[in-house]
Ligand binder design. Sequence first.
Ligand code: COA
Length: 217
Amino acid sequence: MSAAGNDDAIEIRVAAVDDGNRLMEFLHEHYYREEPLTAGCAPPEPDEADEKFLLSNLPHGTCLLMLQHGRIVAAAVAGPKTADEAAHLFAEAAHLAGSKWGRILGILAIAERDANVFARFNVDRALHVHAIGVDAALRGRALGERLMNALADRGRDLNYPLLTVDCTSIYSGRLMKRLGYESVNRMPYTDYVDVAGQQLIRPPAPHEFLETFALRL
Ligand code: COA
């Protein structure tokens, strides 16, 4: 895969299992620090289970690296899901209750249930974006847009009927809107509370809600 029409030496390719270490190094620097769910609950670092889950998507051939002169400048982690995804996320969240990743899975489970994409789009599987990060020094230059377009192409090549993404960041939400994704659910962070009514995740401003978007492929 290459970005035809651009002469900025950018190359986009499918990430291999062997890329796991450098992908994770990139995500620590340019994704986890600012991703609103990770930034919105203590401790600041992601749980190991979170990192392991992201890396478990590599064998599906659905994760992409954007490289400039061999250096990673953006990455997208995506993987397959089926209609039992919400149930699976609720079970995992319960199993990991009390941990940071358990808390994050809890809000993702609610978003998955409420977006209800399998019934809404009448499909039995979808490609779901779990993470997207662009080098902090290169934001706002449409690299995220190019990467998402390449991911949609990859999804079509692999015969996925639908691409979905939970935008936890207002910036990724803007990007999906600009790309023509349909907004299917919006959940304010103030709605995600424990039994005592305490808000469980508090992302920094300007991020106020998790919005789920979908694109038919
Ligand atoms: N400050 C203000 N606006 C920003 C911004 C920043 N730091 N970063 C991106 N934007 C805006 C762009 O101006 C653009 O808005 P527009 O459509 O109104 O013009 C939109 O966000 C997307 O721009 P684009 O250039 O296509 O995307 P990008 O290459 O900047 O990448 C992200 C967007 C979200 C991938 C990038 O901001 C990022 O890596 N964030 C940290 C990790 C994260 O939160 N990932 C998303 C979790 S769902």
